[in-house]
Design a protein around this ligand. Structure first.
Ligand code: FAD
Length: 318
């Protein structure tokens, strides 16, 4: 079922969903299942599976020289989506990236999704590679998420890259896109970023999932501005619990988000990681309860492959 259909069927009730990242290459999928199992009691209608960009690794050739090779550390997004869908009988949402993929590769991925009965996808640009100053699309790839949305929307109409296919077996993807309550890090202003979001919506996006935020007022203001701009599709808040001291530095650095002073103070007072984890859980519970009371369609949790804190939050909220 489409994410938007889950929202319609819920008739105003807030639903639970979460996001996982594929295991590192060579690791077992069992670890992923062990983290998904405890969350199934909260009946997630869908689970997102992220896609990681390729990166360069340097292999010692043994003669003092290094070989530069391109590799993907966490492959397997679509395989994981298929296996979770089959094992748990839930919808899965693979993340599709512009970065690192040609339009043809994206088309084949969409064809695979269609065969697998996966009819929700998240359309994302992806970040620049580690050694790039700014995002560079792969030759023959989409540049912005809006271009990827257009490609998916075309395919829904039977318009493939190089041919129009008139068939009864058309795909009908429900398309999610990213939104940034504190603006995307490259954007000159929130207003300008919202205009870009509107372009994604006008191109055919069906729902938005937000970047993590720790101050609900940022989300509420974002939704209000988006509505004023004519964006009427569901805007699903993304929640991530703080789990370690390092999050105070890396989350603002990576995502250019602000952390509330009260949260920073509470983490600073902690004597160990267990206490920090507890602060993160309690903060996320408060955030979730307020968002639920405001009638958000879903609470979407960034699990980063660990479910214990998400389970504790969900048990207080759902
Ligand atoms: P876009 O919507 O293309 O926007 C990127 C930037 O370009 C913005 O600053 C925007 O304002 C600007 N822009 C957009 N269109 C134009 C235009 N026509 N001209 C000029 N500027 C423009 N990353 C991963 O690698 N894998 C994942 O699985 C993943 N999942 C994510 C899930 C969610 C819910 C979120 C919020 C983010 C996720 N990301 C993921 C991170 C995401 O890929 C990055 O934030 C990326 O830098 C931007 O992606 P986007 O889809 O928002 O890009």
């Amino acid at each position: 079922m489409k994410v938007t259909e889950h929202i319609e069927n819920a008739k105003g009730k807030t639903l639970f969903s979460f996001e996982i990242i594929p295991p590192q290459k060579g690791k077992s999928i069992q670890e992923l299942y062990d983290n998904i199992d405890p969350l199934m009691e909260f009946n997630p209608p869908f689970i997102d599976v992220t896609t990681s960009r390729e990166e360069y690794i340097y292999i010692d050739k043994g003669n003092g020289l290094l070989d530069k090779k391109l590799t993907r550390m966490r492959p397997g997004t679509l395989g994981i989506c298929a296996s979770i869908k089959h094992k748990y009988n839930v919808d899965t949402v693979p993340h599709l990236l512009c970065g690192g993929f040609t339009k043809e590769e994206t088309e084949y991925m969409l064809v695979d999704c269609h065969y697998l009965g996966i009819n929700n996808v998240m359309a994302l640009r992806g970040d620049a590679m580690k050694d790039e100053q700014s995002f560079v699309p792969k030759a023959g790839g989409n540049h912005y998420a809006v271009d990827l949305v257009k490609q998916i929307k075309d395919l829904n109409c039977g318009q493939y890259l190089h041919e129009v296919i008139d068939t009864d077996n058309k795909a009908d993807f429900c398309i999610g896109v990213a939104g940034y309550p504190e603006k995307h890090l490259e954007s000159p202003s929130l207003q300008s970023d919202l205009k870009r979001l509107k372009e994604k919506v006008d191109a055919g996006a069906d729902y938005v999932v937000t970047q993590m935020f720790f101050d609900n007022s940022k989300y509420f203001a974002f939704v209000e501005k988006a509505r004023e701009m004519g964006i009427t599709i569901p805007i699903i808040p993304g929640i991530k619990p703080i789990a370690v001291q390092r999050h105070l530095q890396v989350l603002p650095q990576i995502f250019r988000i602000d952390l509330p002073e009260d949260l920073i103070d509470a983490v600073d007072k902690c004597k160990n990681n267990a206490e920090i984890k507890q602060v993160g859980i309690e903060w996320a519970i408060q955030q979730s309860l307020e968002l639920k009371a405001a009638g958000v369609p879903f609470l979407h949790y960034y699990s980063m492959g660990k479910s214990e804190n998400i389970r504790q939050i969900a048990s207080q909220v759902f």
